[in-house]
Design a binder for this molecule. Structure first.
Ligand code: DXP
Ligand SMILES: NCC(=O)COP(=O)(O)O
Length: 238
């Protein structure tokens, strides 16, 4: 079964626009769970432009599904994750001022850095995932670093899908096979949507988890959160 983890960054973006607590990020997260989400993802950034460190602390004891924290492993991020102890940490190679994630790790060049982090989080009992592109060598070095899972960066798939779905999915199927052969779990995320999710799941049904934020929260403006989550989950049924 592929779990749907809802990324609630965009809910925090909306809240922060007015400085109050509307929409209430914690309530939305709990409602996502009540509507069937199997996990909640947050990606705190150093400027706290959406999810704040305080949100992460507040969410932890209240969530009943899987909590996934994504981000660049700067010392403050590592400290936050070790204090909060989510079920999963996903390391993303983002610069502090980056608008959004736009690439996976160079796991070969960062092998010792990542290996140390895998050890640190592993010893704390936190499952580890490394955000990577589809390059075979990058996935192999994620395994060498000791990652439990990789998260495939799916923006290139989402961009190419409308023109040529077969070409778009091909490198992801190969990457998913490599990941499986190395004994790692498999996550995917970035720009997944109701347009492209079902096709990906049909071709890679052994995906463990997808984390989806931007498109899902946008769809919820039209359909409401409950129906939107149901529709995303329908894409993940065999
Ligand atoms: C790693 C990844 O693809 C997502 O976490 C994405 O970067 C969301 O971050 P933003 O919501 O800040 O765009
Ligand atoms: N890991 C990807 C994620 O959490 C959400 O990315 P997006 O759906 O907001 O592009």
């Amino acid at each position: 079964m592929t779990k749907l983890s809802v990324n609630i960054n965009k809910v925090a973006t909306l809240r922060n626009a007015r400085g109050g607590n509307n929409p209430d990020v914690v309530k939305v997260a709990l409602d996502c769970e009540a509507f069937g989400a199997e996990g909640i993802t947050v990606h705190p950034r150093p400027d706290e432009r959406h999810i704040r460190r305080s949100d992460v602390y507040e969410l932890r004891p209240l969530l009943t599904t899987e909590f996934n924290i994504e981000g660049y492993p700067a010392p403050e991020f590592v400290d936050l994750v070790l204090k909060v102890k989510p079920h999963q940490v996903t390391l993303v190679p983002d610069a502090p001022d980056q608008i959004t994630s736009n690439a996976g790790w160079d796991t070969k060049a960062n092998l010792s850095f990542l290996t140390e982090l895998m050890d640190t989080f592993g010893q704390a009992g936190i499952r580890t995932s490394i955000f990577v592109g589809t390059d075979k060598e990058m996935i192999e070095y994620a395994a060498k670093a000791g990652a439990d899972r990789v998260e495939l960066y799916t923006e290139p798939y989402a961009t190419m899908y409308p023109q040529n779905p077969e070409a778009a999915i091909a490198p992801f199927i190969e990457a998913a096979k490599v990941t499986r052969s190395l004994g790692m779990g498999l996550n995917a995320g970035h720009d997944l949507s109701l347009v492209n999710l079902k096709y990906m799941h049909t071709h890679i049904p052994w995906l463990d988890e997808v984390s989806i934020g931007h498109a899902l929260i946008s769809d919820a403006l039209y359909m409401g959160l409950k129906q939107t989550i149901e529709e995303y989950k329908n894409c993940l049924r065999s």
